[in-house]
Design a protein around this ligand. Structure first.
Ligand code: NAP
Length: 372
């Protein structure tokens, strides 16, 4: 009897060892018929079978996306310009899984080398401002077109192209109009590309909440602070983009990824003021003055608020009926709940000397950790 039990158990163990793969571990590309086979338990030391190129991996969103892809064992090609900008990405995956490749947008061969072996390409390339070397059009249109052409040439299964919410060809903002041109060009070359249009993204090291909080007394309201925005957590965008990797309902679709709630700039400034106790300025500056000051500031050798950004700050966030987080079963996080993580560092020591709110038992000056 005991012998029978042991032999049944050992048979089961052997069966488990032999049957390492299941039907859901095999993905057949609907486009190329290429098979992608998962092996291992699903962690960073296993393999999900994908070879993925993430252009723009050295930016803000890039690190969140590479982290998600690498931790489930994908081979991730990380194209970079400056070696220092990609070092933090190397530790996100197992040994040899993160493959850095130097590129230059005007060197097609370098772009081709980064795409050649991949089954999926994410194009996150983008810039908030123009530089002497690269215009908006160079990055958002020409480079996007070359990447789409190369992806088509090398029979890449999935191309996920990053655009921006409110991108229209006739937008007064060059950033947004070139993003829309880029979308159209990419779609004309690679029709099954997925286009992602996020609103302003916030998170650690963002250029949205941090910039508003950092500007302290210099923070100004443009458009009377009445422009409506729906900031989205960068982590939610990375989650959605990760799901697009194998999500069949995302092929050839456009996704507009926005936060759970709409705010005016004034409401956001008030929220930052309340959360950090910073003396955030409340001066309304007319658009022509703001544009002029921004143009003058752009002569400085470091990055400042650009004239095009002033233009964007006048445009309300609008959804056009494309797919959203709901189609990916992702619930966007609330800025009012998660924002404290990113804003806490802007609090001054004076914050802790504030009296506790009414009704709090201890009337002494204490650290306000109890209510964040
Ligand atoms: N952040 C937002 O709130 C927001 C909102 C809507 C849409 N988007 C779009 O979403 C994408 C990712 O956003 P992000 O905030 O992560 O952008 P980001 O931090 O500015 O990163 C942009 C990436 O593009 C690369 N890049 C830009 N110009 C390049 C050039 N001439 N040659 C080579 N590489 C170049 C950068 O490389 P280097 O590191 O070498 O500079 C970086 O890896 C972008 O396309 C952006 O336009 C962002």
């Amino acid at each position: 009897m005991i012998g029978q039990t042991i032999s049944r158990q050992s048979k089961q163990t052997i069966a488990n060892l032999v049957q390492k793969r299941f039907s859901h571990d095999l993905i057949v590309s609907p486009k190329t018929g290429r098979t992608i086979i998962r092996t291992g338990g699903g962690g960073r030391s296993s393999s999900n079978g994908h070879v993925i190129t993430v252009f723009g991996c050295t930016g803000f969103l890039g690190r969140y996306l590479v982290n998600r892809l690498a931790r489930e064992g994908a081979h991730v090609i990380v194209p970079y310009r400056d070696e220092d900008d990609m070092r933090h990405l190397k530790v996100m995956g197992d040994l040899g899984k993160i493959v850095p490749m130097e590129i230059h947008l005007r060197n097609k061969d370098s772009l081709e080398a980064a795409i050649r072996h991949s089954d999926t390409v994410y194009n996150l390339l983008g810039r908030d401002y123009e530089t002497r070397n690269f215009s908006f059009s160079d990055v958002h249109v020409e480079a996007a077109g070359v990447i789409a052409e190369l992806a088509q040439k090398h029979e890449v299964d999935r191309l996920i192209q990053m655009s921006a919410l409110n991108a229209t060809v006739d937008s007064p903002s060059r950033f947004l109009s070139t993003k829309a041109e880029g979308e159209q060009l990419v779609r004309s070359i690679f029709p099954s590309a997925t286009v992602v249009r996020p609103s302003a993204m916030y998170g650690q090291e963002d250029r949205f909440l941090a910039r508003l909080a950092m500007s302290r007394g210099l923070s100004v309201r443009i458009n009377g602070g009445s422009t409506k925005v729906r900031p989205v957590n960068v982590s939610d965008v990375a989650t959605a983009m990760h799901l697009m990797l194998d999500g069949k309902n995302t092929i050839g679709e456009t996704f507009e990824l926005v936060g759970d709630k709409e705010y005016t700039y004034k409401e956001l400034l008030d929220y930052i003021k309340e959360t950090t106790n910073l003396d955030i300025g409340d001066l309304n500056v007319p658009k022509p003055v703001a544009s002029l000051v921004a143009k003058a500031m752009n002569l400085l050798p470091w990055q400042t608020l650009g004239a095009d950004e002033v233009e964007r700050m006048m445009i309300d966030d609008k959804l056009t009926g494309a797919k959203t987080f709901a189609d990916l079963d992702v619930q966007p996080s609330s800025l009012e709940i998660t924002g404290i993580q990113y804003l806490r560092r802007f609090r001054t020591n004076l914050y802790n000397d504030e009296p506790l709110p009414k009704g709090t038992l201890n009337k002494k000056k204490v650290f306000h950790t109890s209510y964040l």
